[in-house]
Write a protein of this length. Structure first.
Length: 156
């Protein structure tokens, strides 16, 4: 099993999701299966099939989360350098083409959420920013061209 790195918040979020799926969601799906069985013949019962599919998807997600958490290493932000861009760092950037300022937190794939400005260190932008220092310029090749960012600030 490969190690994955998680922030303390990211680890807690996965633990909470796993607990929800194992308890609340399982009960909801079990009730839906029971209700669908009450409708009679299950061989042609769309509600039963949908509930069984939901059960399978839920069990798959539980298995995935359990595996991620088993191989997870929690990052200790207090003891990590803020001199360079590393996983767990929040980096403030200036797009040299548009002059726009951006801020991203670099996280593991399991925590990535673009809507919260959390990007994976394995993404093109994330990997292009790794090990950069404040003041450096990163030229990052992406399918649409090349991004040019100046690292303004790094924080934890």
């Amino acid at each position: 099993m490969n190690e994955i790195y998680l922030t303390k918040k990211g680890h807690q979020k996965l633990v909470e999701e796993l607990e929800y799926l194992k308890t609340t969601k399982r009960r909801e799906i079990s009730k839906a299966i029971g209700k669908a069985r009450e409708h009679g013949d299950i061989s042609e019962n769309a509600d039963y099939d949908a509930a069984k599919d939901a059960q399978g998807m839920n069990e798959k997600r539980i298995s995935e989360l359990a595996a991620k958490l088993a191989g997870a290493r929690i990052l200790d932000d207090e003891n990590m350098s803020s001199d360079e861009v590393l996983i767990g760092a929040t980096v403030k950037l200036k797009d040299l083409d548009s002059e726009e300022e951006l801020e991203y937190m670099l996280v593991a794939e399991a925590e990535a959420d673009y809507s919260q400005n959390k990007i994976s260190v394995t993404s093109p932008v994330g990997s292009g920013l790794l090990n950069r220092k404040a003041g450096e310029i990163a030229e990052i090749k992406i399918p649409a061209g090349t991004l040019r960012y100046k690292v303004l600030n790094i924080s934890r």
